[in-house]
Ligand binder design. Structure first.
Ligand SMILES: CC(=O)SCCNC(=O)CCNC(=O)[C@H](O)C(C)(C)COP(=O)(O)OP(=O)(O)OC[C@H]1O[C@@H](n2cnc3c(N)ncnc32)[C@H](O)[C@@H]1OP(=O)(O)O
Length: 282
């Protein structure tokens, strides 16, 4: 049994805590996710549809994707926008903590949402982006409200009417909190992008979505000038380990006794540290 002491979200420097004081049996994420304080929820399968008023001829993108998951094959991988953030939280929580149910799931999803939007402070000069694989959107958009310059958390501050349904997510940054710092001044390592929070909704798995997200992340890392890309993957997640190995990531053996930072998720989770060199196309 593990206790969830509280859920804390930092919004513009202020901390909000919800003390849930719950004991949940065998609470353990499926694999590594970012160090934000996140937990799961699972909305009942019909909640989406029942909360949507019936409008003949009109249907939400998520309903289209749920009704026709295999007949709507077009998958677009792009940077997440503000309009995607609820579905990103849903994808994250239902993938990493599928055991939760309503109403706790809802609270946790909301906490995740606030954490994503306001809970990260990025050091100057670092990049951070959330990528999404969406289904049911017709390719790249041309009509937006908002601007490329404006970002909230890892999300672009712009909206489009051509939204699609988020089926997979991935976060990439250059913060590299989990890499050893260099020299006596413990300087942050440059040129190594870090991947976390890779998740694909259960019903869309084994369709190559994670592969597409990783390919886009690599392109992003190259565009940022990175020479390598790294991640931590839970030892007991052979599916994810196979995914990364198949994409060219190698398990890096950490020298025994080395004082490497460890993802702050749970003391008893063991991780493989995996890395891939990015060859420039020049
Ligand atoms: C750095 C991190 O964030 S690690 C965290 C990884 N995330 C999770 O564990 C959350 C729960 N799991 C998931 O969301 C998904 O199962 C993921 C992200 C691991 C994989 O997503 P998918 O879209 O299903 O992967 P994708 O279809 O691109 O698979 C590509 C290849 O990876 C391997 N692979 C993926 N999943 C599995 C699996 N469960 N078992 C065995 N091999 C697998 C296979 O080689 C697969 O190719 P194939 O289908 O042709 O055999």
């Amino acid at each position: 049994m593990q206790t969830i002491p509280s859920i804390t979200t930092v919004v513009n420097g202020s901390s909000f805590s919800v003390n849930l004081s719950l004991k949940i049996k065998n609470l353990k994420p499926h694999s590594f996710s970012s160090p934000s304080k996140i937990l799961n929820y699972e909305i009942p399968p019909n909640a989406h549809s029942s909360s949507t008023p019936h409008m003949p001829g009109l249907c939400r993108a998520s309903q289209v994707a749920e009704l026709f998951p295999t007949t709507s094959p077009e998958i677009v991988v792009r940077e997440a926008r503000i309009e995607d953030c609820w579905e990103v939280a849903e994808t994250h929580c239902s993938s990493f903590f599928p055991e939760y149910s309503f109403p706790l799931d809802f609270v946790l999803r909301f906490d995740r949402l606030l954490g994503m939007l306001f809970g990260f402070s990025i050091p100057k000069g670092c990049n951070r982006t959330c990528l999404v694989a969406v289904i049911g959107s017709s390719g790249e958009d041309s009509f937006f409200v908002g601007s490329d310059e404006f970002k909230i958390g890892g999300f672009e501050g712009k909206f489009s009417l051509n939204k699609g349904y988020v089926a997979g997510i991935l976060t990439i940054d250059t913060v590299a909190d989990f890499l050893p710092r260099k020299g006596p001044l413990r300087q942050r390592r440059r040129g190594i992008a870090y991947i976390s929070n890779v998740a694909v909704r259960e019903k869309f798995r084994r369709k190559g979505i994670a592969k597409r997200l990783i390919a886009k992340a690599e392109a992003k890392a190259k565009a940022w000038g990175c020479r390598a890309i790294a991640l931590h993957c839970d030892h007991s997640n052979p599916g994810a380990t196979k995914l990364y190995s198949s994409q060219g990531f190698k398990i890096i053996k950490i020298p025994s006794g080395a004082n490497w930072p460890h993802p702050r998720i749970s003391a008893d989770v063991q991780f493989n540290f995996m890395m891939k060199l990015l060859h420039s196309s020049r």
